[in-house]
Design a protein around this ligand. Structure first.
Ligand SMILES: [Zn+2]
Length: 227
């Protein structure tokens, strides 16, 4: 799971989710040399990886897509309709969406209608956020949108069931991990790639070896020696 590449954006003031273009290029080189198949989001295939990008920044089109094209890697871009309608210069335009929708490597999915925390809003708003998002994007692109990711990773069982009921076949959480065929397809784990990840960490995430809990704790006895 990526967000922005190359261009610092308002919603990421610390830059934690915005990769430098050269860092992104290096990661794609590592991915290519790994020979792991890059599959569409939602496919559970052992040893493969799916690339997803949240929020719908304009650099999807200007920076990220040209890099993906060099390798023929496919990706899913999760877009927020409200941001497109507001015509904020950091976000994709309607014309951009049409261009992306016709691109053979790219799938477009939803990311809530207005990027709200779906597990924290009333049921009536939840329905609107899920359904309007899918319908607006499908209309704008003349394309059937069947996937989404949960804004802010905010999801629980009722939200995931509501996403399925709203017509999504696949939905991604922000809970890190490896996607198995046994997962509910509207709660697919995704591992975030951060701006400061070094290549060793990127490789660990790519290979499903990154331990989220360990990454957030300090080893209380780092020498590992016996008593
Ligand atoms: Zn988001």
């Amino acid at each position: 799971m990526y967000h922005s590449v190359g261009q610092r954006v308002q919603d990421d003031p610390t830059g934690a989710f915005t990769l430098e273009t050269e860092v992104f290029r290096e990661q794609l080189r590592v991915l290519k040399s790994s020979q792991m198949p890059v599959v569409p989001f939602g496919v559970a295939q052992s040893g493969s990886v799916a690339l997803t990008f949240d929020d719908g920044y304009r650099n999807f089109l200007t920076t990220i897509l040209p890099e993906l094209e060099k390798y023929g890697f496919s990706a899913t871009f999760f877009v927020i309709p409200k941001r497109v309608q507001d015509e904020h210069p950091e976000f994709l335009t309607r014309a951009d969406l049409k261009t992306l929708a016709n691109h053979p490597l790219i799938r477009i999915g939803g990311h809530g209608y207005s990027h709200q925390k779906l597990a924290e809003i009333p049921a009536s708003n939840l329905h609107h956020e899920l359904k309007q998002s899918r319908e607006w994007l499908s209309d704008a692109m003349q394309y059937s949108v069947d996937s989404m990711s949960y804004p802010h990773g905010s999801v629980n069982v009722p939200v995931a069931r509501a996403a399925q009921a709203a017509g999504y076949r696949f939905a991604g959480t922000s809970y890190p991990g490896v996607h198995h065929t046994g997962h509910f397809s509207c709660a697919i784990p995704r591992t975030v790639i951060m701006a400061r990840d070094n290549l060793a960490l990127f490789r660990a995430k790519l290979e499903g070896r990154w331990d989220w809990n360990r990454a957030r704790m300090t080893d209380p006895y780092p020498s590992g020696e016996g008593a």
